[in-house]
Design a protein around this ligand. Structure first.
Ligand code: DHB
Ligand code: MG
Length: 236
């Protein structure tokens, strides 16, 4: 689905600023551009995070010293490559339903030299995430210091709830695409993706485990936004 509020000026600012904040001389610039280009050439939709947004997520991982991150919705691996390539300490576990997306992502990750630090799990999101949670609770898998939820929006709350359960104390959880050109504020909107997004915002707001905020964004991907939540209780 295209964003109804694209604006060439927002895209121009992203392009200008990124050329200075993340120039071609950076070690990961080429790998990221290749992953982007290969994903589009393989027919994947052009809906990966933008360079500044993906870098922002990677810098959060750095600030938080995250060693294990979870991503739901791998697409072609673009965001996962940003997270891992900006953070040498970081292992990324990323979940994707579509086998073609998985194949493209694995190729891109291999080309970026990050196969050892990015685990791509193919499968239906909820089933996989429930299994990951069991593994975490049994102590067979590390808790996640950062989770990025960017999959089927109808399940936003289920993913969020499970991600919080598998998080380290003081972890951050970010949900993508929560503004959607402003449609999130339309109570009468019957699109299940918008309803799933309203559900996660409303339930996160009442969730005693987190403090949360919605940040609206503009850029090359149009007008959208993120829900950010930070765990507030220490476990155990
Ligand atoms: C769509 C999905 C996304 O995760 C995104 O960032 C932008 C668009 C979509 O399904 O249209
Ligand atoms: Mg998204």
């Amino acid at each position: 689905m295209s964003n109804p509020t694209k604006n060439p000026q927002w895209a121009a600012v992203d392009k200008y600023a990124t050329s200075h904040t993340h120039p071609a001389s950076r070690p990961n610039t080429k790998a990221l551009q290749d992953a982007h280009d290969q994903s589009l050439a393989a027919g994947l939709p052009d809906i990966a995070a933008s360079p500044p947004q993906a870098k922002f997520l990677a810098l959060w991982c750095r600030i938080l010293g995250v060693t294990h991150a979870l991503e739901l919705g791998t697409l072609g691996g673009y965001t996962a490559i940003w997270l891992a390539s900006e953070n040498p300490q970081l292992h990324v576990t990323t979940v994707e339903l579509d086998p073609h997306h998985v194949a493209v992502a694995r190729r891109n990750i291999e080309a970026a030299g990050l196969t050892g630090r990015i685990e791509v799990i193919e499968g239906e999101g909820l089933a996989v995430v429930r299994r990951l949670r069991e593994e975490v609770l049994r102590g067979e898998r590390e808790r996640f210091g950062f989770s990025f939820i960017d999959a089927d929006k109808e399940n936003n709350w289920n993913y969020f709830d499970l991600a919080v359960d598998m998080s380290t104390p003081k972890a951050a959880v970010c949900v993508d695409n929560v503004v959607r050109g402003g449609r999130v504020a339309d109570e009468a909107n019957t699109d299940p993706r918008i309803q799933g997004t309203r559900e996660v915002i409303e339930k996160a707001g009442k969730d005693p485990r987190v403090d949360s905020v919605v940040i609206q964004t503009v850029g090359e991907k149009g007008y959208d936004g993120w829900l950010w939540a930070v765990l507030k209780e220490k476990r155990e």
